[in-house]
Design a binder for this molecule. Structure first.
Ligand SMILES: *[C@@H]1O[C@H](CO)[C@@H](O)[C@H](O)[C@H]1NC(C)=O
Length: 461
């Protein structure tokens, strides 16, 4: 590692580095032992499993070098890794996209390794005022590439960890993720996905009842799920059920599963593959966060985006509105921390049994019926997120050109550049919209969906 032909100054620098590394290693030893004593036996065996993975080709170095550092400062460091501690970055096995067995093995490997890429470049320091970004990804590669471009331009992006949560494995998507060089990146895969189960639940089994048959007919057909139509008498449509499962699973995975975030007390920002983010999203959210601490202690969520037709950055760049969380208004760019997740988890049964295949309407139902004190939110009045995939999952056929949409959004951002990065953030007004318990949209009557949804609690961690 050391080049012996170095000049004296470099030599001294190397000596210094060496001493530093020894110091860090020594500290780490102490810390790791300390942590091992504190953790429960289950945690311990999980760590051991990760450390001794004979069955995995490329042993995972990261866990051995992880530090949990306590500090008496207000925003203590919870996870710390210096740049250049090791050098490995993306590696992918050779996977044939048509071979589901191989995809399953690869997904399991990646989920087990929990490898964070680009740490050699940036290191990672998570604190209680950090923002970890979690992006839910399905299969819209083009839109994802636009999101990545926008993320690249975000100030302080290199300080965050961006977690991509996938429910579909594809080389194109992986290549795109692997091309990211501007921040630490971690990929996770929702394992119980439809791609891996094309002819069985949670995909569509050949003997599943068609959406529109009546129950009496379904009984005669003896189709699998005849007993469980939704409240409108329809049977499940596999392609619409996955998103809610994935949404719920990834939160378990991030808050309770992943080594890097399981003790994290900072914020997470939820994005989707068809979003476009403004360059000041992180800085503005951090300012909102401290506003929340001062002026709205019972707000449990912030939202960076909104769907308002007219946006005025001149007037509203630093303005924030207080509201009750309403799914159709506040579901874009939600950020929250473990305290709200704990409340959502306590309502898992309600979440999994509410007859609505939309996670956001379900969450609104929880806010109304299950979460004590409801979910109050601070909303940015000038949106920092744009929804590019307006056509959505439901309108695949409709004419929808992401490039045109992107040009529009870029021009909005460019013409308002001098109003981004506000100096002051303040609460201006309260939303006049009342929270109500939403009428369930259906699509979630199948007992198998309800059971799968409930299973994440037990199996994920
Ligand atoms: C799929 O991959 C598995 C594991 O590598 C292998 O055993 C199997 O033969 C492959 N199947 C096909 C059809 O290529």
């Amino acid at each position: 590692m050391l080049d012996l032909r170095m000049r004296p100054t470099r030599c001294i620098r190397s000596m210094f580095l060496l001493v530093l590394i020894l110091f860090v290693l020594l500290n780490m030893h102490v810390l790791m032992n300390f942590e091992a004593k504190k953790s429960t036996s289950m945690d311990h065996s999980f760590l051991n499993r990760l450390r001794n993975q004979q069955n995995i080709e490329h042993a995972h170095v990261q866990n051995d070098r992880m530090q949990i550092v306590s500090d008496i400062n207000e925003s203590k460091v919870e996870f710390l890794m210096y740049p250049n501690q090791y050098n490995r970055t993306f590696n992918s096995g050779s996977v044939q996209e048509s071979n589901l067995t191989q995809i399953k093995m690869e997904i399991d490997r990646i989920n087990q390794e929990q490898y964070i890429h680009n740490l050699n470049k940036f290191g990672l320091k998570l604190k209680s005022d950090s923002i970890v970004i979690v992006v839910q990804v399905h299969d819209r590669t083009k839109l994802l590439s636009i999101l990545l471009e926008s993320l690249k331009a975000v100030r302080k992006i290199e300080e965050t960890l961006v977690i991509f949560s996938h429910d579909y494995y594809s080389d194109d998507i992986n290549k795109l993720i692997q091309s990211i060089s501007f921040c630490p990146v971690l990929q996770i895969f929702f394992p119980v996905n439809a791609q891996l189960h094309p002819k069985e639940f949670p995909g569509e089994h050949p003997n599943d009842c068609p959406r529109n048959v009546k129950k009496e007919q379904a009984i005669k057909m003896k189709c699998n799920n005849w007993e469980h139509p939704d409240k409108y008498g329809h049977y499940r449509e596999a392609k619409y059920c996955q998103t809610k499962h994935h949404w719920f699973w990834k939160l378990y995975r991030v808050f309770d599963g992943l080594e890097v975030t399981r003790n994290y007390t900072g914020q997470i920002l939820l994005l989707e593959e068809d979003y476009y983010v403004a360059p000041d999203i992180i800085t503005t959210l951090q300012m909102m966060q401290s506003l929340k601490r001062k002026e709205c202690k019972d707000c449990r969520m912030l939202t960076a985006g909104n769907y308002d037709k007219t946006q005025s950055y001149v007037a509203n760049s630093g303005k924030v509105e207080l509201a009750h969380w309403i799914s159709s208004r506040h579901n874009m760019g939600m950020i929250f921390a473990r305290d709200l997740w704990t409340e959502i988890k306590k309502c898992a049964k309600e979440f999994c049994n509410f007859d609505d295949y939309n996670w956001d309407w379900t969450l609104q139902h929880l806010s109304m019926k299950c979460i004590p004190g409801q979910i109050k939110v601070l909303k940015m009045k000038a949106t920092r997120i744009f929804h590019m995939g307006d056509c959505g999952v439901h309108h695949k056929g409709k004419n929808c050109n992401p490039d045109i949409k992107r040009k529009q959004v870029e021009s909005i951002i460019n013409s308002n550049r001098q109003h981004l990065f506000p100096n002051v953030i303040s609460i201006q007004g309260t939303s006049r919209f009342k929270l109500r318990d939403p009428k369930p949209n259906g699509g979630w009557g199948d007992i198998r969906d309800r059971e799968l949804c409930m299973s994440f609690m037990k199996t994920n961690v």
